[in-house]
Design a protein around this ligand. Structure first.
Ligand code: 5AD
Ligand code: SF4
Length: 446
């Protein structure tokens, strides 16, 4: 019987895609996907350490496996991802969870197969964390699980050292993939029928500046968007210090590039942006939005915001609120600042008390939700093109997203996953839209 794997993923899209690569490695080794932890022969935790709660979540889930491992000693438990790459974290993990068999990092994912084979031959645990980034390894075939969406890394690592952020410490410096490798991967995906491609990097706008590519991000985007076939193209994440008009002009040239830019602002206060080491001002940020809208008036923006950063006054916070209203984001990911050991901000004085942080996040979430709801209501009566992604058993409806990432539900007798469907929106509920296939007499259950 084939051995089974189970992968548990925490954190961002980057990690979700990395788990697809982990699945690729495991399948190449002959494992097949199991139905959960119970029937697995190997369980891999792909961890995230960007905020404390992501770490705690992983700790809880790993700890919960103690009994299972005891009753099934042949089970291999492997822990990888950002957490193992954190200084001193493998020692913490070893102490807390002596039953972990393998630890690997974000910088040596390609070694996973060797590490598993080594573990199978020895009783001792296998811990292999590379400290420094090596060359990009191109031959890991991801096992994709998100049809019709596909993620494609264009670069790895980050050079920015925002003062709150641990990513540069756990993912190393920026390394860009060669354009031909990216283009070939996208061509292959489009030929295989993928309908939405998202180019991934911590700061896609600095693509190539590490010397890994002769072309810059705008040129890469242009080339990828020139690939034939009907598909949507997205990219994330853009850094406001590097986002520029060239990229907007490429967007304008290619209708297949979604008119949605994820442009994390983090704070609306110049004083806080400076302390965060973001290297742009509120004014520069707003100017970029203006440039975007000048060329593409229909464009929408999403963002990331942190509240409760050390030293954030009520006045600073209100500037964030003000900026949120000014930009009128399509949606925003909002976070409470979480001190990360080893980062500059963790040692800053004037950390903000938890009750103040909580109060601000609640107010911000309310503001953002209000804006999102209002935008949803504007959809009612309109026909939007939805890329059908899945079927919701509970609702009995198909679902998918429009080019602005808005989730839409609709009824269909036919399986439409992977198809672009024109849906007439009948009702909005919070951030979700409900409608019927345009031109057909299909009633949505809304
Ligand atoms: N605390 C809270 N949020 C953080 N982010 C990154 N580091 C931290 C931290 N220490 C947020 C930023 C980033 C997103 C991916 O996570 O908003 O854009
Ligand atoms: Fe972290 Fe800043 Fe790099 Fe984004 S750009 S990954 S927030 S250091």
């Amino acid at each position: 019987m084939q051995e089974k794997y189970h992968i548990v993923t925490y954190g961002c899209q980057m990690n979700v895609h990395e788990s697809e690569k982990i699945a690729g490695v495991l399948r190449r080794m002959g494992y097949e996907e199991g139905s959960g932890t119970e029937d697995a022969d190997i369980i891999v935790f792909n961890t995230c350490c960007i905020r404390e709660n992501a770490e705690n979540h992983a700790f809880g889930n790993i700890g919960a496996l103690k009994k299972l491992k005891k009753s099934k000693p042949s089970l291999i438990i492997a822990v990888g991802g950002c957490m193992t790459q954190e200084k001193g974290k493998t020692d913490v993990l070893k102490k807390k969870f002596p039953f972990i068999d393998i630890m690997f990092g974000t910088l040596n994912l390609e070694e996973l197969e060797t590490l598993i084979l080594r573990k199978k031959q020895q009783k001792k645990k296998v811990i292999e964390i590379r400290e420094k980034e090596g060359d990009i390894v191109e031959d890991i075939e991801a096992y994709r699980t998100s049809y019709p969406n596909a993620w494609v890394n264009i670069m790895y690592g980050c050079n920015n050292f925002c003062s709150y952020c641990i990513v540069p410490y756990v993912r190393g410096r920026e390394r860009s993939r060669k354009p031909e490798n990216i283009i070939n991967e996208v061509k292959r995906l489009v030929a295989e029928g993928y309908k939405e491609i998202t180019l991934l990097g911590q700061n896609v706008n600095s693509y190539g500046t590490d010397g890994g590519s002769e072309i810059n991000f705008a040129q890469l985007l242009d080339e990828v968007a020139s690939i034939e076939g009907k598909f949507r193209l997205r990219f994330m994440t853009s850094h406001p210090k590097d986002f520029n008009e060239d990229v907007v002009l490429v967007m304008k040239k290619h209708p297949k590039i979604c008119r949605l830019v994820h442009l994390p602002v983090q704070s609306g206060s110049n004083a806080i942006l400076k302390e965060m080491n973001r290297r742009y001002t509120r004014e520069k940020y707003l100017l970029e939005i203006e440039t975007l809208k000048k060329h593409l008036p229909e464009a929408e923006v999403t963002t990331d915001i942190i509240v409760g950063f050390p030293g954030e006054t009520e006045e600073d916070y209100l500037q964030t609120e003000d900026l949120v209203k000014t930009v009128d984001y399509a949606s925003a990911f909002t976070f409470v600042y979480s001190p990360r050991q080893g980062t500059k901000a963790a040692t800053m004085e004037n950390q903000i008390p938890e009750n103040v942080q909580k109060d601000r996040i609640m107010r911000l979430v309310e503001l953002v939700n209000g804006l999102t709801r209002k935008k949803s209501e504007k959809y009612v009566g309109k026909i939007v093109e939805i890329l059908c992604e899945d079927y919701d058993e509970k609702k009995g409806l198909y679902l998918g997203r429009d080019e602005f990432g808005r989730m839409g539900y609709f009824k269909s007798e036919k399986n439409l996953v992977g198809e672009f469907v024109n849906v007439k929106i009948l009702r909005a509920n919070g951030i979700s839209l409900f409608g019927e296939i345009a031109g057909e007499d299909a009633n949505a259950e809304c």
